[in-house]
Ligand binder design. Structure first.
Ligand code: NAD
Length: 441
């Protein structure tokens, strides 16, 4: 039965986060009215602006944000993004996703996110270093190993994290400050397996989801046709891991365009080509397709691994995949999610699919606090266990919600999705801790 789409589509990521949250709330019993605002809105939003001397002798003022969405279950945790489109709404939504993600995979963290409005492609290494150090100085004690712990996100990497650590350490001499930031280089407290963790976690979660029989007619990755949007950290590594597990990578794209080959692309060769030329476009032996074509490509699994709101009502009807694995944060608008659900397309939601990054960030934080270095095998085994457990918990809850829906519960609203189940799991975990800690004073 076709349900009317109740909320208007928006490309504002925080509006989408709220729409997802409100939809999930229809499945939750007994949360006090007054707590709901506290659960959705950020606890603290910090705006900073600061000048930086540029290489050409000019001076520019940059604007940055750090949002602590929640510290109910532990310190804030979440990446820092450098991008021209960074905004308060985007950072707030990404911070909310982190709160829900850390709850879904049951980590002792809350959620945070940061960003600086800038175009890293036009900045030198020296300028990026100065921007990063000055940003950390401006954040002061709003970040820290037990308060709010940054990590990499779009266009920030292990080098950026090393600068963050070094700056914080100089501001707080005499202690072990390694745990102030995760995603660091291996030589200064980084964890083995962190660079692959997001993609590996999404692969672990996908295999478990298929084993659970949630996607009709697909129980393994063997022979599955996969299209990947975005060939950066998350997308290129996911392509390799899915390929090595027996899938056929039929199409990939980056910001400049896409390439396809129905016989299969070799993800390692595509990456080597991208590293050499700056793009996947013109990869030898492939046909050129547009960014839009990748999303609509004839495949079994679509992995959006670029930026938010890639799939909207304008293109959702063209999606042919049976399963969407959200390696990116917020790649679907809330309204397009409903369109896909009506088409019977299963969505493994971002707060579960890409949680591997924060899981291994947690492992890094634990290793830093204990002055340990774990083996890669240990990291990968524990990551797989945690991802599979989270998938099982979400699928069990989804089955339970589906049964209750069949029995008449939540009538008038659309049937449950995996995203609803993941959010209900997260909301219940956070609300439980709010009640246990009780409201101060
Ligand atoms: P990245 O910068 O390494 O890669 C982003 C890729 O997307 C690049 O290849 C870029 O060319 C491509 N891209 C940008 N616009 C595009 C478009 N319109 N069409 C196709 N491709 C486009 O970033 P990343 O770390 O891989 O992050 C990608 C997504 O995954 C983001 O949403 C991020 O929040 C999410 N994520 C990343 C991590 C992590 O640990 N890296 C963890 C969780 C979630």
């Amino acid at each position: 039965m076709d349900m009317p789409v109740k909320s208007a589509e928006s490309l504002d990521l925080f509006v989408n986060a709220k729409q997802q949250f409100e939809r999930a709330l229809t499945w939750v019993d007994g949360i006090k009215e007054g707590i709901i605002d506290f659960l959705i809105n950020p606890k603290r939003t910090l705006h900073v602006q600061f000048p930086v001397n540029m290489d050409d002798g000019s001076t520019r003022t940059f604007h940055g944000f750090r949002v602590m969405h929640s510290d109910v279950r532990g310190p804030g945790k979440g990446g820092i993004r450098y991008h021209p489109n960074v905004s308060e709404a985007e950072v707030s939504a990404l911070a909310a996703f982190m709160t829900w993600k850390t709850a879904v995979v049951d980590l002792p963290f809350g959620g945070g996110k940061g960003g600086i409005i800038c175009n890293p492609k036009e900045l030198s290494r020296r300028e990026l270093r100065h921007i990063t150090r000055r940003f950390v100085a401006e954040l002061g004690d709003n970040i820290g190993p037990y308060t709010d712990i940054p990590a990499p996100d779009v266009y920030t990497d292990a080098q950026t994290m090393a600068w963050i650590y070094d700056t914080y350490d100089r501001m707080h001499p005499g202690g072990n400050n390694l745990a102030v930031v995760t995603g660091k280089p291996l030589d200064i407290g980084g964890s083995r397996g962190r660079d692959e963790a997001t993609a590996r976690g999404s692969w672990n979660a996908t295999e478990q989801l298929l084993r659970r029989g949630v996607v009709h007619g697909m129980h393994t990755l063997e022979g599955a046709r996969v299209a990947v949007q975005g060939y950066g950290n998350a997308g290129s590594i996911a392509a390799r891991l899915f390929h090595d597990a027996g899938a056929i990578i039929v199409a990939v794209s980056d910001s400049r365009g896409g390439v396809a080959n129905d016989e299969g692309l070799d993800p390692r060769e595509v990456l080597a080509f991208k590293e050499e030329t700056g793009s996947v476009v013109k990869f030898p032996g492939s046909k050129a397709i547009s960014n839009e074509d990748v999303l609509a490509y004839d495949c079994d699994i679509l992995i959006p691994a670029a930026l938010e709101c890639a799939i909207t009502t304008a293109n959702a009807r063209d999606v042919k995949a049976k399963l969407i694995v959200e390696d990116a944060n917020g790649p679907l608008t809330a309204v397009s999610d409903e369109v896909l659900s009506k088409k019977g397309i299963v969505v493994l939601p971002d707060i579960l699919a890409n949680a591997g990054g924060v899981v291994v960030s947690y492992f890094e934080w634990v290793q830093n606090l204990e002055n340990q270095q774990w083996s890669l095998e240990k990291v990968e085994t524990l990551l797989n266990e945690r991802m599979c457990r989270a998938v099982d918990e979400v699928v069990d809850l989804y089955d339970d919600l589906s049964e209750r829906y069949e029995a008449g519960f939540n009538k008038g609203n659309p049937p449950p999705t995996l995203r609803d189940a993941a959010l209900v799991l997260a909301i219940n975990r956070i609300a439980t801790v709010v009640l246990q800690r009780d409201i101060w004073p």
